[in-house]
Design a protein around this ligand. Structure first.
Ligand SMILES: O=C(O)CCC(=O)C(=O)O
Length: 253
């Protein structure tokens, strides 16, 4: 059995997120963790700290991990992943938007300001979801995900700054619900859900893969956030009638 139970589907519809415990085994989580740390080692220092919280903290990242290690190509089409995505999206067809790893280093791992994902890649039907796969335990002190449950029902909210965060006085991180997770857990969020995470102040890293997926029938409202592999079908079909030949020959029919 893959996918969300009826209870989990109802929880997701009401709160805009669902925490699925033990989606991957501890051994699988440890393997993916080792692969991401090896990748981080190969590529050297990077920092994805958001503009509005820069200063004294850092976070290692890389995008499109399936272009770096084939184990992640297989993971993207794993039915445990696509089953959850299908049920959160609410249809049989699941299309990749992008994916990225984050390693919040010990003691000074950057926070994510509270935000909706919407302003980065707005879509007509709001079908976009994020799935955060945890490869380390992520208790509160390691900067676990924090959410404002139910905010996905508010629609797009006015964001501020170049990093599109939400005003701190309206959505303080202290007022959000923390979702401590274990290695192997998945958290699925709607792209309109207000979410963020705190600083990793622990002595261990917090390692995750975030996969952003959508219904292929949904339309991006701009082409700002393209990435390698975007549009790959992870489950089902793309029901669109668009002719596909060589990329340079594409034409609408
Ligand atoms: O990993 C996290 O704590 C949150 C990441 C996030 O919200 C994002 O990349 O949009």
């Amino acid at each position: 059995m893959t996918g969300l139970s009826a209870e989990q589907k109802a929880f997701y519809a009401e709160h805009g997120y669902v925490h699925v415990e033990g989606l991957l085994t501890p051994a699988e989580a440890a393997d993916y963790r080792a692969r991401l740390h090896a990748l981080a080692e190969r590529q050297g220092e990077t920092d994805a700290t958001w503009e509005s919280v820069k200063g004294g903290t850092s976070i290692q990242h890389s995008h499109d991990i399936h272009f770096r290690d084939a184990a992640f190509t297989r993971l993207l089409v794993d039915e445990r992943i696509t089953g959850l995505a299908r049920d959160a999206i609410g249809g049989p067809n699941v299309q990749l938007h992008h994916n990225k790893m984050f390693i919040k280093p010990p003691e000074k791992g950057s926070p994510f300001p509270m935000h909706q994902d919407y302003p980065y890649f707005p879509h007509r039907d709001h079908s976009m979801i994020a799935m955060i796969l945890h490869f380390d335990d992520a208790p509160v002190e390691r900067g676990c995900l924090c959410v404002y449950p139910g905010t996905h029902k508010l629609g797009p909210l006015p964001a501020v700054g170049s990093d599109h965060h939400l005003p701190e006085d309206e959505y303080p991180i202290a007022g959000a619900t923390p979702i401590p997770a274990r290695a192997g857990d998945a958290i699925v969020t709607h792209y309109l859900l207000v979410h963020g995470s705190g600083v990793n102040v622990s002595d261990q890293p917090r390692t995750t893969l975030l996969i952003q997926m959508r219904d292929p029938a949904d339309l991006p409202l701009n082409d700002k956030h393209t990435s390698r592999g975007q549009g790959m079908m992870l489950a089902g079909i793309d029901p669109g009638a668009k002719w596909q030949g060589f990329a340079w020959e594409e034409r609408a029919v």
